[in-house]
Design a protein around this ligand. Structure first.
Ligand code: C5P
Length: 231
């Protein structure tokens, strides 16, 4: 299981200060929509300048017509990131178009699909998709697997069943992790490292428990110790 730190601070300066504090660890860093819109490629370059071994997950959740998604995926190739994501609800054709477009590249990033956004409740989700969240999350994961994507973004509690439905090597990445049972903040359903391990999660995304702490490096070290001690 790998740790991915969410860079969700309000300015590039604060994100860079956080990265400098944790620069000696082998980590994934998550660059989200807000940071990327505001700080763009110079932010990606600044991260790599601090430590070229950092792996970057560009969390832009692409959703558009197949050709535009494929064009965007190809542009992402030029950013030097290691993972990005798309919405599974853009459809099997769009996901297939993305993977076809990236085929000629032997160093392509990992591509994940977002299944159901966790901000939905059943009622609102039903209004948009006319099915239950659980039903569509499984279907989206199967669509993503068939389209040749590498994995999905999902809740820690869905990881093992998604692997059973698709393949054990199909990657699961889960936000909403409170490594040692810290404050949930605005997350409805949180999971500890222990749950993530039982659910065979491949990547945990952790934001606030790290960047809100007075000593982010110490929290990262504790998490990595916990991850490596009990592989
Ligand atoms: O601070 P916290 O650890 O809750 O951060 C979780 C990160 O994962 C944030 O960047 C948040 O936007 C993202 N995320 C999430 N739930 C999802 C998808 C993404 O919390 N379903």
């Amino acid at each position: 299981m790998e740790l991915c730190v969410a860079l969700d601070l309000p300015t590039m300066k604060e994100n860079i200060e956080l990265i400098q504090k944790i620069q000696n660890f082998s980590l994934w860093l998550k660059v989200g929509l807000r940071s990327y819109i505001r700080d763009g490629k110079p932010f990606i370059d600044a991260i790599k300048a601090i430590n070229p071994n950092f792996k970057i997950f560009l969390d832009l959740k692409l959703y558009d017509i197949p050709n535009t998604m494929a064009d965007s995926a190809e542009s992402i190739m030029g950013l030097g990131v290691d993972m990005f994501n798309v919405h599974a609800s853009a459809g099997p054709k769009a996901m297939t178009a993305v993977m076809e477009r990236l085929k000629p590249y032997d160093n392509r990033p990992l591509v994940l699909a977002v299944t159901a956004l966790t901000s939905f409740n059943e009622e609102e989700f039903g209004r948009v998709y006319e099915k239950s969240i659980a039903y569509k999350a499984d279907q989206f994961a199967q669509d993503a697997h068939k389209a040749g994507l590498d994995g999905v973004v999902c809740s820690a509690y869905e990881s093992a069943s998604i692997k059973d439905l698709t393949a054990q090597h199909f990657i699961t990445l889960t936000p909403g992790i409170r490594p040692f049972g810290e404050d949930a903040g605005d997350q409805e359903r949180v999971a500890t490292i222990e749950t993530a391990r039982k659910e065979k999660v491949d990547f945990i995304v952790v934001g606030r428990p790290i960047y809100k702490d007075n000593n982010p490096a110490q929290v990262v070290e504790r998490i990595l110790l916990e991850l490596n001690q009990r592989l």
